[in-house]
Design a protein around this ligand. Structure first.
Ligand code: HEM
Length: 292
């Protein structure tokens, strides 16, 4: 059983045409395994969180509702989520036996995702705190401390998080790789079908190049099944609900912020408690302040 499906081109060359569709189930099962193992770990093995800088005496004057995501950032998140679900369902339902005219819905959702990601890159680079989503030195040091403590070795407790925990930053990185792969390949694949954007031209690339493009599109696409499952599961876990709530209402409860986040690493602009106000600044051990 190969990972790819192959065909013979009119010139007798053996070319890949796409991934083997059983990989859909591999991804679904990997996603389910992650959920089950993580739930068991949290229920039976995880110790209560302990942070180095648990100094409640140094509580800064934070508003009751701490602004976290601006209205624009939340709109982007939910538009991207809707297009992502549409892409996953239109791509994979026909492959598992539920037939419908999927291609049109698929490229429309693909165009929405592409435009929303372009917007997000510009918005995050110039209006949000660009560095807040990339791992910094403190994150890596703390990850090492957490690993050592997990194995019962001596290590000081990790510090509290900046705006985003390391896990969220790593997840964002993997989503970037898969997301950009489906977008770059998807835009070219639109030349293979009829869209409103440009005339159809299936001769733009050689059969081999098209084949590899479909393979990359498929691999990144099935990867996104497991990633989306993990993301939705995390968003629904009871201890993560304050984070999910902040993606709906824009703010987090002060108590939750103080419990998990370090106000010195995620410097919150207390001049306004409105979530649509400028984004809080993050000082990620780099001496950086943002364009917020
Ligand atoms: C979650 C993201 C996505 C997933 C899971 C996904 C998955 C898939 C899959 C499995 C196929 C079938 C390919 C084949 O038969 O080998 C496909 C086709 C296609 N995708 Fe995507 N895709 C995604 C995003 C996109 C994006 C962002 C675009 C456009 C910018 C796009 C445009 C297309 C087009 C035009 C086709 C049809 C190609 C054809 O029938 O010849 N896709 N996609």
């Amino acid at each position: 059983m190969g990972l790819l499906e192959w065909a013979t081109s009119p010139w007798g060359q053996t070319v890949p045409i796409h991934i083997a569709w059983f990989l859909i189930w591999v991804s679904v099962i990997a996603g389910l395994l992650f959920l089950i193992l993580h739930a068991i770990y949290v229920m039976y093995f995880a110790k209560p969180k302990e942070f180095a800088n648990d100094a409640s005496s140094a509580v800064p004057a934070l508003p009751k509702h701490v602004p976290r995501h601006s209205l624009v950032a939340r709109l982007f998140h939910w538009i991207m989520a809707a297009s992502m679900f549409t892409l996953l369902f239109t791509a994979f339902l026909p492959k598992v036996g539920i037939q419908f005219n999927w291609v049109t819905y698929h490229w429309i959702a693909g165009a929405v995702l592409t435009v929303s990601i372009l917007f997000h890159v510009i918005h995050a680079s110039f209006w949000l705190d660009f560095w807040s989503i990339w791992p910094d030195k403190i994150d890596l040091e703390d990850a090492w401390r957490r690993v050592r403590r997990f194995f019962g070795m001596p290590a000081p407790p990790p510090r509290k998080f900046a705006k985003y925990p390391l896990e969220n930053k790593l997840f964002h990185g993997v989503i970037i790789v898969c997301g950009l792969s489906v977008i770059f390949t998807g835009v070219f694949m639109m030349f293979r079908v009829r869209t409103i954007f440009f005339p159809r031209n299936p001769y733009l690339f050689t059969d081999m190049t098209w084949g590899l493009m479909y393979v990359l599109h498929g691999l990144a696409g099935v990867g996104l099944i497991a990633l989306v499952m993990m993301h939705v599961y995390m968003g629904l876990r009871p201890e993560k609900l304050p984070i999910t709530k902040s993606m709906i209402f824009g703010w987090m409860d002060r108590d939750f912020v103080l419990q998990e986040h370090d106000p010195e690493r995620w410097v919150i602009d207390t001049s306004s408690s409105s979530p649509s106000a400028s984004a809080p600044h993050t000082v990620e051990g780099r001496g950086l302040t943002d364009a917020g």
